[in-house]
Design a binder for this molecule. Structure first.
Ligand SMILES: Nc1ncnc2c1ncn2[C@@H]1O[C@H](COP(=O)(O)OP(=O)(O)OP(=O)(O)O)[C@@H](O)[C@H]1O
Length: 228
């Protein structure tokens, strides 16, 4: 589990006078579960890109467990993300032509040989996420099952943080609720801090805290509530 500390964060883009994101301070304790909400264009994806290090902050600090990722050169930031942050995206980012198991282990396989322990963990995670047939081709799975595979993949390297960007947006209500339950259950069981961008009230209400962005600033903050 890693705690998040953001301080004086600004993200600016060329040609725009105002910063797209301006966050004076945000602290999320390790194991916290945060929902980021806000209208389209309010800066949610930009915040996700900043906390995952996918984009470089213009100024300020984004610290995970004491490591300020804005200070890391791009290669080390990418390595930090691979080791510590599990990403789940709205449209899954799975690879057709591969099985569920092959999709879960693909990020590791692209870097190096899979260890026997990782193979075991991939199978365990697929079982935990309710995928009965690890060898089933990904394109034949339902959308809910695909998102479960993406959750299993995000957890393979035992990340201290799970960051999910609209993970239920392309799912029907029932399937979305199942994926929401899965994310909350697994973040607890795997002892990961959870950060989720979502418009989905069913997902927001399962998390400990909600912030709302407007014009790149935090305009609402529910504060911490005790984890259920
Ligand atoms: N690379 C960029 N260059 C210029 N402007 C950008 C860039 N990326 C984002 N923006 C602008 O920053 C603002 C915030 O965008 P962002 O994608 O973070 O919003 P969002 O809240 O995630 O929206 P949505 O819910 O529609 O995905 C928008 O006005 C967008 O046009």
């Amino acid at each position: 589990m890693l705690e998040l500390d953001i301080s004086g964060l600004e993200m600016r883009f060329p040609g725009l006078d105002a910063p797209v994101l301006a966050i004076d301070r945000l602290h999320l304790p390790s194991g916290g579960r945060l929902a980021i909400t806000g209208a389209s264009g309010s800066g949610k994806s930009t915040l996700v890109n900043a906390v995952t290090g996918l984009e470089t902050a213009t100024s300020g600090t984004v610290s995970w467990g004491g490591t300020d990722i804005t200070r890391l050169p791009v290669g080390r930031r990418d390595a930090f993300r691979a080791a510590h942050i599990g990403l789940v995206m709205q449209d899954f980012h799975l690879f057709p032509g591969l099985s569920a198991f092959e999709n879960v282990v693909l990020p590791v396989r692209l870097a190096r040989r899979l260890t026997p322990a990782e193979r075991e963990r991939a199978l365990f995670l697929l079982e935990t996420t309710g995928i009965a047939r690890p060898d089933q081709h990904i394109e034949t799975l339902s959308r809910g099952e695909m998102q479960r595979v993406a959750v299993a993949r995000a957890l393979l390297s035992k990340p201290g943080v799970i960051v999910a960007d609209e993970p239920t947006a392309s799912l029907d209500r029932k399937t979305g609720e199942e994926v929401a339950d899965l994310l909350v259950r697994l973040s607890r069981e795997e002892k990961a801090t959870l950060v989720v961008v979502t418009h989905d009230p069913a997902l927001t209400e399962r998390l400990d805290r909600r912030i709302a962005l407007d014009g790149g600033r935090i305009v609402e903050d529910s504060g911490e509530k005790r984890a259920a």
